[in-house]
Design a protein around this ligand. Structure first.
Ligand code: GLN
Length: 246
């Protein structure tokens, strides 16, 4: 009899956790306006943070966010430390071999950031051949930099460090996501650096989950669909980018 009661309780709690629970979210919070620390509240904020919270809420979950290095996100999914990444992570063929992604939730692209003083030397990606490039470790910007012939690529834990190194003259260019560079330029009001006109704009962000976790992908896609239909997605987009969602 007792065993049955226990089994019933266990069964109920398993059922309960499948319906409502806590999503453990991994991020890398130096990536404004997607994920960063609000200086005043000391809370993590940004487009991704608000979107993943809304998506989770739409399917009855709450979230707990863990901040870590960008290169630690995929291993953390694989070992079950986190359930999902919300980290402006581009869906790439290489990553799709290691993890699964939700539907794309943001269209992005890469740009090249240089000091204005060097605009005569750097005009496009090809003019970086044999030169020094800074990027954030494990990112698509770093991958693109490594494809430039003979370039010397230095990877930093945070994009903030790469921006700083550019300003200090440690590298000739930074390759990074356009919305992040645009936000940096707008917020810092930095007139000494600028982006090149060339934009590599075929990147889409998705929330990443452990390879094979179909239930989680389905749940998050359902949540995404709901927040798109409710208009919440548009509100969050407008708040962080100041324009209508594409
Ligand atoms: N979108 C880029 C990538 O996926 C950069 C992400 C990031 O630095 N948070 O590699």
């Amino acid at each position: 009899m007792k065993k049955h009661v226990l089994a019933a309780i266990l069964g109920a709690s398993v059922l309960f956790s499948a319906q409502a629970g806590t999503l453990h979210v991994g991020t890398e919070a130096t990536f404004a306006p997607f994920e960063f620390m609000d200086e005043q509240t000391k809370e993590l904020t940004g487009f991704d943070m608000e979107l993943i919270a809304a998506v989770a809420k739409a399917v009855g979950d709450d979230i707990k966010v863990q901040n870590m290095g960008f290169d630690g996100l995929i291993p953390s999914l694989q070992t079950g430390i986190i359930d999902v990444t919300a980290a402006a992570m581009t869906i790439t063929p290489e990553r799709v071999k290691r993890i699964d992604f939700t539907e794309p939730y943001y269209q992005s692209g890469l740009v090249i950031l240089v000091k204005k003083d060097n605009l005569d030397k750097v005009k496009d990606l090809d003019s970086l051949q044999g030169k020094t490039i800074c990027a954030q470790i494990g990112t698509t910007g770093a991958m693109m930099a490594k494809h430039v012939k003979d370039a010397k690529v230095t990877e930093y834990n945070s994009i903030t460090e790469a921006f700083l190194e550019l300003k200090q003259g440690g590298c000739l260019a930074v390759i990074n996501d356009k919305p992040v560079v645009d936000y940096y330029l707008a917020r810092r009001g930095d007139k000494t650096v600028t982006t090149l006109p060339q934009v590599f704009d075929a990147e889409y962000y998705g929330f990443g989950v452990k390879k094979g976790n179909k239930e989680m992908v389905a749940k998050l896609n359902e949540g995404l669909k709901k927040v798109r239909e409710s208009g919440e997605y548009d509100q969050i987009y407008q708040k962080w980018f100041g324009t209508k969602a594409q």
